[in-house]
Design a binder for this molecule. Structure first.
Ligand code: DGJ
Length: 556
């Protein structure tokens, strides 16, 4: 495949399937990157998500991109608030800001669109050299419809809310509200059409369709329109996707038993959103995703103890079948239990789903999970509420947002910012492993074939490493990536990394040929010094200083 055919592939949506089978790694990827660097702005490829061997990359300007994200507070995407947003984004060294687009602002009168805020966001993001992920606060925002425009709010009969099991109206939009769907399709399409022309620079790299859609307080819609569909046969395409086809047509209750109502609501919400997403994507094919308010991943109960209808882990296959225009389903992780957090990462890293953490708690202790997410090949990570507008979502985040509270997240991005393209590529190629410290687990082993990287926590920089105690708080984190045979990229905070020969029976021992500290500039590792002596005799010790090492190994 020559350079121009790669270019055509990158631009051509129907060729996405081909991209799945053709490797973008190696030479082709390098060609795409070179072209992207020399391309003029109008020549920039539309960002897209590609998959190879079950691993994913978000391609921005033709090469894998790692979202070092920060999501602003809900009411912070107004021009008047932006002076309190950008200083936080800058301090964090984020490369991507996640900001809402409010339907109520965007379409103040039916059919009249106000692009001024979008345009302000585009211009100011460019001034601050960051990309944007736009969050379409449309029909759903946290299970309600609080962002629909006033002209819709004034006509609840045209844009109905859901009906609960007891016949009462709920504060959640009905996925069977036909006129609301048409209006959302119209508005979202207008947004995407505008981006297509106003954003030739590809400042916007991804769009979230709705926000935590679904319903709190009821497992499903019991309106007559919904009830009719619930009693009708389950759509064949869903049965086929779940490998339940072949039998006689049967309704939801008959096919899914005690899960019927929840599965029905997931399908209903996802079908609605699919229509919004498909219409927008048809005019401008940016990557699209939907975020989920989670259920307990280890000990799940049943709705309404969690939000029903959104892409919780148990209904991901239903969402995949219902909403093929949605590129990925993304967990908003506010869980405060570490085992649950890690389980969520595992559940959303699937062969059919790229892991992206679009929201997570912003208290300092959660900064380590960025590395855990990378270890699950995340294409990005973004704590929530990262601005200086004075709002705190405590107890789901830090009580106050200050430089001090942001510092641990800033460290992560400061370390990886200069090499985010390399990290994204290495992860896409399956060469990177990353971990976060767990309480009571003071060491972890990362296997790389002939070499094992042992990560341990709580040790001094100087001295032997038996029986590491763990850090007083489990804040350690590390990543190791294979650059070549016997050569690794190593980085982290509050940890020690030791390499050893994996085969303990070989009689061989490890020696460092060279340990170089440096960083990547324009895709090339630039060493600033060689570590030796105390700096390597007791393993490779990382503190709170952002440091990356290129480590070359041999045996003796
Ligand atoms: C999750 C939602 O998606 C956000 O918009 C925000 O409401 C946070 N919860 C608050 O913690």
């Amino acid at each position: 495949m020559n350079g121009s055919s790669v270019k055509r592939l990158l631009r051509s949506a129907p060729c996405f399937a081909l991209l799945l089978t053709y490797s973008l790694a190696g030479a082709q990827l390098a060609q795409a990157q070179t072209r992207a660097k020399t391309a003029n702005t109008n020549d920039r490829p539309v960002p897209r998500i590609v998959q190879e061997s079950g691993r994913y990359a978000l391609l921005v300007d033709g090469s894998p991109y790692l979202i070092l994200g920060a999501q602003v507070n809900n009411s912070s995407a107004w021009p008047a608030m932006l002076p309190k947003v950008w200083p936080a984004i800058e301090y964090l060294h984020a490369n991507t800001a996640e900001v809402p687009i409010y339907w109520e602002q965007f379409e103040p009168e039916q059919g009249r669109f106000d692009y001024s805020v979008v345009d302000t966001l585009l211009a100011q993001a460019r001034d601050h050299h960051v990309h944007l992920v736009l969050l379409w606060f449309g029909t759903w925002k946290n299970g309600s419809a609080h962002y629909i425009p006033e002209w819709m709010k004034r006509s609840p009969e045209r844009y109905p809310r859901m009906t609960g099991a007891n016949g009462r109206t709920l504060d959640s939009p009905s996925p069977y509200a036909v006129e609301a769907l048409q209006a959302d399709v119209h508005a979202f399409t207008a947004l995407m059409r505008h981006l297509k022309t106003a954003d030739q620079q590809r400042t916007v790299i991804m769009v979230q369709v709705e926000n935590e859609p679904g319903t709190w307080g009821s497992v499903r819609d019991y309106s007559p329109a919904a009830q009719k569909v619930f009693e009708a046969p389950v759509p064949r395409e869903l049965l086929a996707a779940l490998h339940k086809d072949g039998g006689a047509p049967a309704n939801w209750q008959a096919v899914f038993g005690e899960d019927a109502e929840e599965f029905f609501h997931a399908w209903s919400v996802a079908r609605y959103i699919e229509q919004v997403a498909a219409a927008g994507k048809a005019v401008y094919p940016l990557p699209l995703y939907v975020n989920a308010a989670l259920r307990n991943p280890l000990h799940p109960s049943r709705p309404p103890s969690y939000e029903s209808g959104g892409p919780t882990d148990n209904v991901v296959p239903i969402w995949k079948a219902a909403a093929p225009s949605i590129d990925l389903l993304a967990p908003d992780i506010y869980l405060d239990d570490s085992a649950q957090y890690l389980k969520v990462l595992e559940l959303y890293q699937r062969p059919d789903n790229a892991l992206f953490v679009p929201e997570t708690r912003n208290d300092p202790a959660y900064s380590k999970y960025f590395f855990a997410a990378l270890g699950h090949q995340a294409i990005g990570f973004s704590p929530f509420g990262m601005d200086y507008t004075g709002y705190s979502n405590s107890p789901l985040g830090a009580a106050k947002i200050t430089e001090e509270s942001l510092a641990p997240f800033a460290l992560n991005y400061k370390l990886l910012g200069p090499m985010e393209r390399e990290i994204a590529r290495l992860n896409f190629e399956g060469k990177l492993q990353a971990v976060a410290e767990e309480k009571g687990q003071p060491s972890q082993a990362l296997e790389f074939g002939a070499w094992t990287a042992n990560v341990s926590y709580g040790l001094r920089q100087f001295g032997p490493g038996e029986n590491p105690p763990g850090n007083p708080e489990p804040i350690g984190r590390a990543l190791v990536a294979k650059l070549a045979d016997n050569q690794f990229l190593v980085a982290g905070f509050f940890c020690r990394v030791e390499f050893r020969v994996s085969d303990a029976t070989s009689g061989k021992q490890r020696q460092f040929l060279r340990v170089e500290e440096g960083t990547y500039e324009n895709g090339t590792f630039q060493p600033i010094r060689i570590w030796n002596g105390d700096q390597t005799d007791w393993g490779l010790n990382f503190t709170s200083v952002p440091q990356a090492l290129r480590v070359s190994l041999a045996t003796y």
